[in-house]
Design a protein around this ligand. Structure first.
Ligand code: CAA
Length: 380
């Protein structure tokens, strides 16, 4: 693994950093407080090629690698974690499986507008009764002549209220258990598709999520993504890459919390000087920075494995669980260093504390990441 970034990777990181400082920092607190979807910022990210950053240019994407994607995701999420996840869902949960599993015709029709950011996508896997246990889903699809008919309900779907396209997982043969799940590309304006109300969330409030209801949704035959019965595998391989995106989002949240804690500690006076002079504060900062660096190395390693065509499922779960727990730890310590001020809306510490928490839950809880890591250790 090369620890030096290429010029292209640095260019992506610096472009993301400039955008985050200029466009997101001034509005992130307001987006959070008002739970506003940053439509114009998402449009700008699309124009910069960031909604399909690691998708080949021939399919409308930015043509960069996953290391670049990690660097960009950290920068965007450092300023606004909600905007970060809007970007990561479109990149890794939607465009990635379309690159891998679409036919050439499907790529033209479905992938290109998403990779270019003319459309936004969401990933419909979770259901009210099926989160970690994917095979517990109830949504089903039946082929009637040349038409697929979908019925069911998905929930907690990030980007759903703002999306034009969804990847929906449904049983096509319940008797075959996970081997009877298939994946479908569903236009959100298809007759019978509707979204529930936006969920009121603890954090990442700029990103909107909701249920998706499907009531006799009729789709053409080419709505099937990949082979019949391949849906579970598509979901798992997609999440392998998606988890690198969430790990990067966690890096951004942790970095914001650390940088603000350092600035506050140098400013805040107590016991005759800045609290940064106190060893109790210094030890906290040291632990925060060490966990953040370790999380970044794990995340970049997983991205590098993916870029070099090697297996990365275990490593992306390691990166995700470690970065998510590091983000929660760093954000918690940052709030503590801020003292009473940290508990108010005057400082961003409480926002980072709230934003960090979801990284331990979505795209597989920390418990599920440990299941994936342990299974790989025993199997391989
Ligand atoms: N790649 C390829 N194949 C895989 C795989 C992977 N990463 N993981 C499992 N498989 C295969 C297995 O090899 C097995 O294949 P065979 O049947 O041929 O032997 C098959 O899939 C079933 O595997 P398991 O027996 O391990 O399946 P399981 O039912 O026990 O589930 C699990 C395993 C790890 C718990 C999995 O269900 C899982 O990851 N759950 C978490 C789901 C999740 O992350 N949801 C997030 C929703 S999306 C989201 O959060 C988006 C958002 O809002 C931002």
């Amino acid at each position: 693994m090369d620890f030096d970034f290429t010029e292209e990777q640095l260019m992506v990181r610096d472009t993301a950093r400039d955008f985050a400082v200029r466009e997101l920092d001034p509005i992130a607190a307001k987006l959070d407080a008002e739970a506003t979807y940053p439509a114009d910022k998402v449009k700008q990210l699309a124009e910069m090629g960031f909604l399909g950053l690691a998708i080949p240019e021939e399919h409308g994407g930015g043509g960069m690698d996953y290391v670049s994607y990690v660097l960009a995701m950290e920068e965007i999420s450092r300023a606004c974690a909600g905007t970060g996840v809007i970007m990561s869902v479109n990149n890794s949960l939607v465009c990635d499986p379309l690159v891998k599993y679409c036919t050439p015709e499907q790529k033209k029709k479905y992938l290109e507008p998403l990779a270019a950011g003319r459309k936004l996508g969401c990933f419909g896997l979770t259901e009210p009764g099926a989160g970690s246990d994917v095979s517990g889903m109830k949504t089903n699809a039946v082929l009637q002549g040349d038409t697929w008919v979908l019925n069911g309900e998905k929930n907690f779907i990030t980007n759903a209220p703002n999306s034009q396209t969804a990847i929906i997982f449904a049983y096509t043969d319940k008797a075959k258990k996970h081997k009877g799940i298939s994946a479908f590309i569903v236009p959100m304006d298809a007759k019978g598709v509707s979204c529930g109300p936006k969920e009121h969330k603890l954090g990442i409030c700029a990103s909107h999520s909701s249920s998706i209801f499907m009531d006799d949704v009729r789709l053409p035959k080419d709505a099937l993504l990949g082979q019949l019965g391949e849906g579970f595998k598509i979901a798992m391989t997609t999440l392998d890459a998606g988890r690198i995106g969430i790990a990067s989002q966690a890096l951004g949240i942790a970095r914001a919390a650390l940088e603000e804690a350092i600035a506050f500690a140098k400013e805040r006076q107590a016991f005759g000087g800045p609290i940064a002079n106190l060893q109790a504060i210094q030890f906290k900062l040291a632990d925060m920075a060490t966990r953040l660096d370790a999380a970044r190395l794990l995340t970049l390693h997983a991205a590098w494995l993916k870029d070099s065509g090697q297996k990365f499922s275990k490593e992306s779960s390691m990166a995700k669980v470690f970065a998510a727990e590091a983000a929660s730890f760093v954000a918690d310590e940052s709030l503590q260093i801020h003292g009473g001020y940290g508990y108010t809306k005057e400082y961003a510490a409480e926002r980072h504390f709230r934003d960090a928490r979801i990284t331990e839950i979505y795209e597989g809880t920390s418990e599920i990441q440990r299941v994936v890591i342990a299974a790989s250790l025993i199997r391989d």
